[in-house]
Design a protein around this ligand. Structure first.
Ligand code: NAG
Ligand code: NAG
Ligand code: NAG
Ligand code: NAG
Length: 729
């Protein structure tokens, strides 16, 4: 700590003399080159490489030019050359990077002109260098460890989605986050500090982040360039950080209105007749439904990317009838796996459109008794092939929405399962997969993102809406993504969760954390994915509680692999007959679920406004309490830091609605912490009002207890309900 104020003093002098409009710094540090350039508003981009200049990549999470702010199309431009062990600084808006003896520090310029230290490269006389490279392979790529200082009581948010099961936290300080995608685990090297800065690493490498006491360390397993971005805003101003983040990584185009209604799915409707029966019942019951989903194994062989005609003889007629009966659109699942028996296998193999492996035949995994290879979504020709199949089989027949499942990259995306062998206890590693764009180790994290791109581009090609369009005609649902995935017509869900009470609570922290990472287009399986027995009272109760939460999410979507007393159908692969419709959970609950669905439709103008704000400025939809109340409520900040269960169990759905889902069985009341609202809210006359009883609870700052019957999820609102229902927020 000795150097802190001293360093500040020394740098103040450097900065005062630095050119404010520098286009870039190049630090030539022996065999290492470091470039620092202005990027977006109040942001800087840092790139380093060994021996030669860093080069760009087609998968970049950073868009060039940014939507707002300087730094577009600048290549590696610089006007200041810093020699070995040299000094210098660069300013962009209110962020400053200074270089002293070749080491980088980042600062925020405050309104009074003073400087606040954000973070700096971690150095010590007995530590690894802050930028530590190691070359193990016979290639120009390397492993890298990047170390930055952090304060003991600093909080870090974001890092993507960790949706299992004991991680009910949003503060990642003290934690280790692994970068390898698998079911429910969609992590990203991107974090926000409560000291008012955001940092992301534009490297889709496998690796990890270690949030230590005094040091944050990012490890990339293989890369040929170091590329990161840092930007700053006043502490507590998370909306500005999101605006800056999304201006350099892309903004979410607005979803089509039908996707904001109620989405019906289960594992699985395994025939055309079943789909039509369900549509007929929705029609007869007069329950609105906006999307009907056909899950996996509606194909004959993995990699066909078409229906098995035995079970789905006339997809066009099916989609048309569903539309006629209910007005709903359809969605169909696709997997990235290709088995030898698929009609597409030979073409894909001979044309080089499959991923291979460095150690053999190119087999990545197995499922349903077949060894499989992955379509190489990093290859543009593979993406085009895939889309052509999806178009022929589904899109041109009236099924316009696609569900990208299991496309986590490197395998079928389970942490260590060899699926085909039904063995789950052996710690299998990923195969040494080799893609068009590089190895699994170097680029594997971007594999799902490029599947999103394939479908985004395919839909845009066919509907004539170009990539710059800010709205989506149709969308994909995906189990994986990457930094900047919000630029696509796509939404993420939290994967195969377990149907259990602690998981319901944990979904809140998963959702707000991925929201803080820029991905607000998010949902989950209402009821959880696995092990919900619909014939039990507890299963029914859990389902109805979870359903209430589903009303107050960006998308309201039920799905799951239910269990029940019905016998499994013979000969149907992965055929599960258990129902998962609103009428499947008992008569009393049916009435409650219908009311929840009706409420969701009433909220569509509000949700539409949330998505239009998200598109305009990156404004996060699912908001942890620290987002809106850090400056007005110290208890929120403390509780966020210490993973206080009550603070973790509440969230804001947009600016006006606080949701506190019941995550315990057998309760009839619920204790809710209402945060102290900021001055600006008080000035508008806002108070906390209970959604169901209309009781006014004032300005917050303490607990309140409310009745919480199954049909009344604890929800509070600010301002007027009319404004909420009309979307005037
Ligand atoms: C770099 O800055 C440090 C701290 O201000 C100073 O001690 C050193 O002399 C400077 N080096 C050069 C080459 O100016
Ligand atoms: C979309 O169209 C462009 C231009 O014809 C083509 O290069 C690209 O492969 C198409 N994308 C897909 C996914 O088919
Ligand atoms: C989509 O499918 C339709 C019907 O098969 C076909 O006419 C059209 O050319 C296809 N478009 C693309 C881009 O594959
Ligand atoms: C508020 O409620 C939570 C959860 O029931 C409880 O842990 C906490 O002690 C309560 N705080 C006060 C001040 O009563």
């Amino acid at each position: 700590m000795l150097s802190y104020s001293l360093v500040l003093l020394l740098f103040s002098r450097v900065i005062l003399t630095a050119a404010a409009d520098s286009i870039g710094i190049k630090l030539q540090n022996g065999f290492e080159r470091v470039y620092i350039q202005p990027y977006g508003e109040n942001g800087l981009r840092v790139r380093t490489s060994l021996m030669r200049d860093p080069t760009g990549n087609e998968w970049s999470a950073l868009i060039d030019p940014p939507l707002e702010g300087p730094g577009g199309n600048a290549g590696l431009a610089y006007d200041t050359l810093i020699p070995y062990n040299g000094n210098g600084s660069i300013t962009n808006g209110n962020i400053v990077a200074s270089v002293t003896f070749g080491q980088l520090s980042f600062w925020r310029i405050e309104e009074d002109g003073g400087l606040s230290a954000l973070t700096r490269e971690f150095t010590d006389t007995k530590a690894l260098p802050a930028r530590y490279y190691s070359q193990y392979d016979a290639s120009s790529s390397f492993q890298v460890d990047l170390s930055f200082t952090s304060d003991v009581d600093e909080q870090f948010y974001g890092t993507g989605q960790q949706a299992c099961c004991s991680d009910a936290s949003v503060n990642k300080k003290g934690q280790v986050v692994d970068f390898v995608n698998f079911n429910s685990h969609v992590t990203m090297p991107l974090y926000i500090s409560n000291r008012g800065y955001l940092q992301l690493f534009n490297m889709p490498s496998q690796g990890r982040l270690e949030f230590g006491q005094g040091r944050t360390r990012y490890h990339a397993q293989e890369t040929s360039v170091v590329d990161y971005y840092i930007s700053t805003a006043a502490p507590g101003d998370y909306d500005t950080l999101q605006k800056q983040l999304t201006s350099v990584t892309g903004r979410q185009p607005t979803p089509p209105e039908f996707l904001l209604g109620y989405q019906q799915s289960k594992l699985r409707y395994y025939s055309q007749d079943q789909v039509l029966e369900v549509a007929q019942r929705f029609h007869d019951e007069q329950i609105p439904v906006s999307l009907l989903v056909v899950d996996f194994f509606a194909w004959k062989y993995q990699g066909d990317w078409s229906f098995d005609p035995t079970y789905f003889p006339d997809p066009a007629a099916m989609a048309a009838q569903v539309k006629e009966l209910t007005g709903a659109e359809m969605m169909v699942s696709l997997w990235p796996s290709v088995e030898d028996a698929s009609e597409n296998y030979l073409t894909l193999q001979t044309e080089g459109l499959l991923a291979t492996t460095r150690d053999g035949t190119g087999i990545q995994d197995s499922f349903n008794g077949a060894y499989i290879r992955l379509v190489d979504s990093t290859n543009p020709a593979s993406r085009e092939f895939l889309w052509n199949r999806l178009n022929d089989s589904y899109y041109s027949k009236g099924i316009h929405n696609f569900w990208i499942d299991q496309a986590d990259g490197g395998s079928l995306g389970e942490p260590f399962v060899n699926n085909g062998a039904y063995i789950t206890g052996i710690p299998y590693a990923r195969t040494f997969t080799q893609y068009f764009a590089g190895t699994q180790e170097a680029v594997g994290m971007v594999y799902p993102w490029l599947q999103q791109q394939a479908i985004d581009e395919g839909i845009r090609n066919l509907t004539g809406t170009d990539a710059a369009s800010t709205s989506c005609p149709y969308m994909s649902l995906t189990r994986g993504t990457w930094i900047g995935g919000q630029r696509y017509c796509s939404y993420l869900w939290s994967g195969d969760t377990t149907s259990d009470w602690p998981v319901l609570l944990q979904q809140i922290t998963a959702g707000v954390s991925v929201g803080a990472s820029g991905i607000s287009s998010w949902t989950l399986d209402i009821g959880g994915f696995s092990r919900l027995n619909i014939d039990t009272d507890e299963g029914k109760e859990l389902y109805v509680r979870w359903f209430g939460m589903g009303v107050f999410l960006p998308y309201m979507r039920t799905h799951g692999d239910r269990t029940c007393d019905l016998p499994r159908p013979e000969g149907v692969p992965q055929g599960n007959p258990c129902p998962n419709e609103p009428w499947s959970y008992g008569e009393d609950n049916f009435e409650i679920l219908k009311d929840y669905i009706a409420l969701r439709y009433q909220l569509i103008p509000y949700v539409t406004k949330l998505f239009s704000d998200l598109q305009a400025s990156g404004r996060t939809i699912l908001r942890a309490l620290y987002y809106d109340f850090s400056l007005s409520d110290a208890h929120v900040v403390e509780g966020t830091g210490s993973h206080d269960k009550q603070i973790m169990g509440e969230y804001m759905f947009g600016p006006r609605i606080l949701v506190a889902p019941v995550y315990l069985p057998g309760v009839s009341t619920w204790e809710v912490y209402l945060p102290s609202i900021p001055r600006s809210y008080i000035d508008q006359g806002w108070t906390w009002t209970h959604w169901w009883s209309e009781t006014d609870f004032g300005l917050g700052g303490g607990n309140v207890t409310v009745d919480a019957p199954l049909g009344e999820i604890p929800v509070f609102y600010l301002g007027s309900k009319d404004d909420i229902f009309s979307g005037n927020v």
